[in-house]
Ligand binder design. Structure first.
Ligand code: SF4
Length: 348
């Protein structure tokens, strides 16, 4: 039987029109699914018993399962979720003051091969369907009985490689009879998949864009992020400028600071130079290497280097922030929990 959540809002409404019901019935059912998270059709109290029986004969309501949950001392909670075909993904709850962010995955595994990333050790299994992307938020809200204020797509996968499903998911996340989170609170991240940035610029919702830059010349970026060999820095920044022009929104450049790789004064100067004409914020992320990641070619960065690099950047008059490392006492690196449970290649 079909999981009714695999139908878009338009499809749910169309289903009701096709069976001779009013449009608003479809919207009521959509609301029960995505705003009230019902487990059973019988909980849909404003739908007639006859109609509920019909729905039961054609559809099921499915949710992912929580396979594992790790809670950090700082409140970060990392979930390993099992989807209905047995594939597993990670989702993280990150509290910070009045802001509660959920970091969602858009793919199971990843094909991008970023050298500093734990998920890169797992091959790409598949794209997530739109409802699997939204369900990560729903399952955490059910579990914690709390709502997130912000959504970021920095979990497993390259979001712009699964843009159609991501945009459909954002429709539900943003919908007032869905999750109901404002588009400006949703950040789409990318490692620099340039065609995806142009596509995203066409998407009408005012979502934010975050670009993982991480290097200031192509030699270093080629080494740490293989996608740069196809879309080098110049092309990437050109597409980012296009996005800003179309959306009239500043972007964020993430800069994972890696000891001895991209942490020199020259790197800081080049980063200032590259971004000086771009409406942007720069977010420095000290590389968090797990003790489990014995194959990593990198070493954890010390706080002194982070401080010096940030000072150099601030002298360049840019909006610079440092992302505090969250969940250090749990398997906080992206993809790590899944590897721990399933082994390096996942279940496939
Ligand atoms: S950083 Fe993101 S895009 Fe790069 S390998 Fe990891 S999950 Fe994939």
């Amino acid at each position: 039987m079909i999981n009714i959540k695999s139908l878009t809002k338009k499809q749910v409404v169309q289903y009701f029109i096709d069976i001779g019901e009013k449009t608003f019935k479809g919207k009521q059912v959509f609301k029960w699914l995505w705003q009230k998270y019902v487990l059973d059709f019988d909980e849909m109290t404003d739908i007639s018993k006859k109609l509920r029986e019909k729905l039961k004969s054609e559809f099921v309501i499915e949710y992912p399962k929580i396979l594992k949950k790790q809670i950090s001392k700082d409140g970060t909670i990392k979930y390993l979720l099992e989807l209905n075909d047995g594939v597993t993904i990670e989702t993280v709850w990150i509290p910070s003051g009045r802001r509660n962010t959920i970091c969602i995955s858009t793919q199971a595994g990843c094909a991008m091969g970023c050298k500093f990333c734990y998920t890169a050790k797992q091959e790409l299994i598949r794209n997530l369907a739109f409802f699997e992307i939204v369900d990560q938020i729903v399952i955490i809200m059910i579990d914690l009985k709390k709502r997130p204020t912000n959504i970021v797509t920095m979990g497993m996968g390259e979001p712009l490689k699964n843009l159609k499903n991501l945009e459909e998911a954002i429709e539900i996340i943003n919908d007032e009879i869905g999750i109901g989170i404002a588009a400006r609170k949703i950040t789409v991240s990318t490692v620099g998949f340039v065609p995806g940035i142009y596509e995203l610029a066409k998407y009408p919702k005012q979502i934010k864009l975050s670009v993982s830059l991480n290097a200031t010349n192509d030699k270093i970026r080629d080494y740490i992020m293989p996608i740069n060999k196809i879309y080098p820095i110049e092309k990437l920044l050109y597409s980012v400028k296009h996005f800003i022009k179309v959306k009239r929104k500043r972007v964020t450049f993430e800069y994972v600071l890696i000891k001895g790789v991209n942490d020199s004064k020259d790197d800081a100067d080049r980063l200032i130079e590259l971004t000086k004409d771009i409406e942007c914020k720069i977010n420095i992320i000290p590389l968090n290497i797990s003790i489990n990641d014995i194959d990593s070619p990198f070493k954890p960065i010390d706080s002194k280097t982070v401080e010096i690099f940030t000072k150099w950047m601030m002298k360049g008059h840019k909006a610079v922030t440092i992302r505090k490392s969250k969940g250090r006492d749990i398997d906080a690196a992206c993809g790590e929990l899944r590897i721990e449970v399933e082994g390096k290649n996942g279940k496939g």
